[in-house]
Design a protein around this ligand. Structure first.
Ligand code: 5GP
Ligand code: ZN
Length: 121
C-alpha cells in the first residue's frame, strides 16, 4: 500500500519520533502549525474516524497525553488544539491525531530538528 505514514512506521521514510509503543507512533509534523506540532498514529493502517475502533482510539489518546506532558515540560504552551481531519480535509489517509500547542507568546521560532533535540533531552 502506498501510504506515507505506513512508510514512516516501517522506517523507509525518516521522522522525528517523540514517543512510541507497540500500538502507536508519535512524530513531529514536517510542516508544523506551531512549535512541537506532533502527529499520533496507530501502527496498523486505519483510514479515519469511521474505521478506527475504540481500543485503538484509547491507545492514541493515552500516547497523546504522554506527548503533551513532554511538551508541557519543555515548551510550556498556554493550551492545545487536538485535531483529527476526515474526508475532504484529510490529506494523508492514515488516521492521525494532530497535537497543536497554542502559545500566547509567538516570538520563539525553532526548526523541527531543534524541537526534536529539545524534546529528546
Ligand atoms: P491532514 O490534513 O491529513 O490532517 O494532515 C496531514 C499532516 O501530515 C500535515 O500537517 C502534514 O504537514 C503532515 N505530513 C505530510 N507528510 C508528512 C511526512 O512525510 N512527514 C511528516 N512528519 N509529516 C507529514
Ligand atoms: Zn498507512
Amino acid at each position: 500500500m502506498d501510504c506515507i505514514f505506513c512508510k514512516i512506521i516501517d522506517g523507509s521514510i525518516p521522522s522525528y519520533k517523540i514517543f512510541e509503543n507497540k500500538d502507536v507512533l508519535c512524530f513531529l509534523d514536517i510542516k508544523p502549525d506551531s512549535i512541537s506540532h506532533t502527529l499520533v498514529i496507530p501502527k496498523k493502517h486505519i483510514k479515519d474516524v469511521y474505521e478506527i475502533d475504540n481500543e485503538t482510539l484509547s491507545n492514541v489518546y493515552d500516547a497523546a497525553k504522554i506527548v503533551i506532558s513532554k511538551i508541557d515540560k519543555i515548551f510550556k504552551p498556554d493550551g492545545y488544539r487536538l485535531v483529527q481531519n476526515n474526508g475532504i480535509v484529510q490529506e494523508v489517509k492514515h488516521y492521525h491525531l494532530h497535537i497543536i500547542p497554542i502559545y500566547n507568546d509567538n516570538d520563539n521560532d525553532f526548526t523541527v530538528e531543534e524541537v526534536y533535540k529539545k524534546l529528546s533531552k
